[in-house]
Design a protein around this ligand. Sequence first.
Ligand code: DX5
Ligand code: ZN
Length: 229
Amino acid sequence: MYRIAPSILSANFARLGEDVTNVIASGADWIHFDVMDNHYVPNLTIGPLVCEALRPLTQATIDVHLMVKPVDRIVPDFAKAGANVITFHPEASDHVDRTLSLIREQGCKAGLVFNPATSLDYMDYVMDKLDIVLLMSVNPGFGGQKFIPATLNKLRAAKTRLDAYEKTSGRKIMLEIDGGVRIDNIAEIARAGADTFVAGSAVFSAARDSDPHRYDSVIAALRSELKKV
Ligand code: DX5
Ligand code: ZN
């Protein structure tokens, strides 16, 4: 089972609600919500108020990717704003285990995000608190960057760890990929082990006025690539 999670970083911010309802009506599964603070990453985006405004527009999972430091202060705000999944970068939290617990206490699924150069070892002692693992396949901060090929081996390594954990615990942890995902590489990325695919520019730059919901063609193309896996 594969999930496609368009990143609204590349949506039209002046018509954000419309883009969200259209992309879900086009067949996308999740809304990926990139939160940047111009401190942990060199860009500034959207916060809990925007999440709260979008929440009534869709039943789809809102997948909040926090690129902020510190992390804990803002977690309850996103939970109250209707986030379903909250992920953060371990380097941005002084107490990774505590932050994971906090996210889950707030009723959300919790996950760690690994930058291209961040070791997977961060997950070792917190597997029981992880619902999702997100590998960055670009350096965080901007949409429209090129997929870093070394991420494929890292995905295989992460998948091995998650499979081993599932065998002993019976619990499945999702494996998400974020950055440079496009029609021409999504199948290869799926083969390397990802089950949840963030795609920003590849989706929102492919709007077609002739599609009933503007993004039907691109979402269908991504899905048909996934069928080849
Ligand atoms: C980057 C963000 C991504 C970004 C992906 O820091 O986390 O979610 O929107 O954009 P694309 O798919 O264009 O690489
Ligand atoms: Zn993201």
